[in-house]
Design a protein around this ligand. Structure first.
Ligand code: TXA
Ligand code: MG
Length: 321
């Protein structure tokens, strides 16, 4: 099967209605989508991504009205958050109704949903009579794709169609918020910051990722692998580090004293964290394709989306080669 690329929404609708997989653009990363209510369509996602076991998927809807029929007990703060952050990079975990198949949630009694903020995908979702289950469109454990060429590189021949919606504006996955109790819990840092959620709710938000025993791939210690080892230092250590030959240097804004001998990327010269997030995954890919053998990176300031970038860098650095 040759993977086709285009922006033909009718073709996308037809394939999804037939239970096929397509890759869809979102504001965070490209997704690998199928009818989330059709077990055999969802099974194809796991196969195409080579996920070693079933892990719960996020359901994507076009509006909160589309989600309502699936909701039962929800906390008061959920609607406040939806009004403020959706469409956008925030995913909510709530109680699951029986109408959502177990394979979509890998047997959990909760499900995750979000409303992605991308015009083409919102148009697509409103033309369907089911939500789309979609993990990031990468082979399991690898860096998430932020444009169609990244998807094509990893999934060519494994899916019939990639809906091209341009480069992802945010470039990092959504924040995952567990809304099953009276206080929300952040399970994964992402496009919406902890500070923004706390401000809207006027309450402190707990952070509790599932840790290494989790069912959740984006929450495994080793994930987002750039395909070569990544070493994560503090900014002070990084500037003093003496890199070997073929080491690549990744920084927020700093120029390393030995920079001219190495491949290097500054994610944002003005230390704009949103710009840094949007360039992160693409930069990690660049080093591998540029024949670098190791990436030396430093941690970002521990606030806002900087927390999400650090989370991805830590997991990328945990992969063993
Ligand atoms: O930005 C995003 O969230 C992207 C785009 C495509 O929407 N999607 C994405 O999906 O990052 P994925 O599968 O790579 O990561 C989804 C995360 C996983 O870590 C999964 O375990 C967790 O969400 N998750 C899904 N349903 C869950 C549930 N019911 N309880 C706990 N975690 C859940
Ligand atoms: Mg992923």
């Amino acid at each position: 099967m040759k993977t086709q690329i285009g922006n033909d929404i009718n073709r996308a609708i037809q394939l999804l209605n037939e239970g096929e997989l397509i890759s869809i653009p979102t504001e965070t990363v490209y997704g690998l989508a199928a009818n989330g209510l059709n077990s055999s369509a969802v099974a194809k996602i796991y196969e195409a991504k080579k996920r070693p076991s079933f892990n719960p998927l996020i359901l994507h809807f076009s509006s909160f009205e589309q989600v309502r029929p699936y909701l039962s007990l929800i906390p008061d703060y959920l609607e406040t958050l939806v009004q403020k952050f959706s469409p956008g990079p925030l995913t909510y975990i709530v109680k699951k109704p029986i109408s959502i198949p177990d394979i979509t949630t890998s047997g959990l009694d909760t499900f995750a949903f979000r409303i992605p903020n991308h015009p083409l995908t919102l148009e697509l979702l409103s033309a369907l009579n089911f939500p789309l289950a979609a993990p990031s469109a990468n082979i399991f454990g690898m860096t998430s794709p932020t444009n169609y060429t990244h998807v094509f590189d990893q999934l060519n021949g494994r899916i019939p169609y990639i809906l091209d919606g341009g480069a992802c504006v945010i470039g990092l996955e959504s924040t995952i918020l567990d809304c099953t109790s009276t206080r929300p819990i952040i399970r994964r840092f992402g496009g919406v910051s902890k500070e923004d959620i706390e401000e809207v709710l006027s309450m402190e938000v707990i952070v509790e990722s599932y840790g290494s025993k989790s069912l959740a791939p984006g929450m495994l210690a080793a994930h987002y692998s750039p395909g070569i080892p990544l070493e994560l230092l503090s900014e002070e250590e990084w500037i003093q580090f003496i890199p070997n030959e073929n080491c690549a240097l990744l920084s927020l804004s700093r120029i390393h004293p030995l920079q001219r001998n190495h491949s290097s990327i500054q994610l944002s010269k003005t230390r704009n964290m949103n710009e840094a997030a949007a360039k992160l995954f693409e930069s990690l890919r660049f080093f591998k394709s540029n024949n670098c053998e190791r990436i030396i990176a430093h941690t970002m300031p521990e606030r806002g989306i900087g927390l999400a970038i650090n989370d991805r860098l830590k997991r990328a650095s945990a992969t063993r080669f």
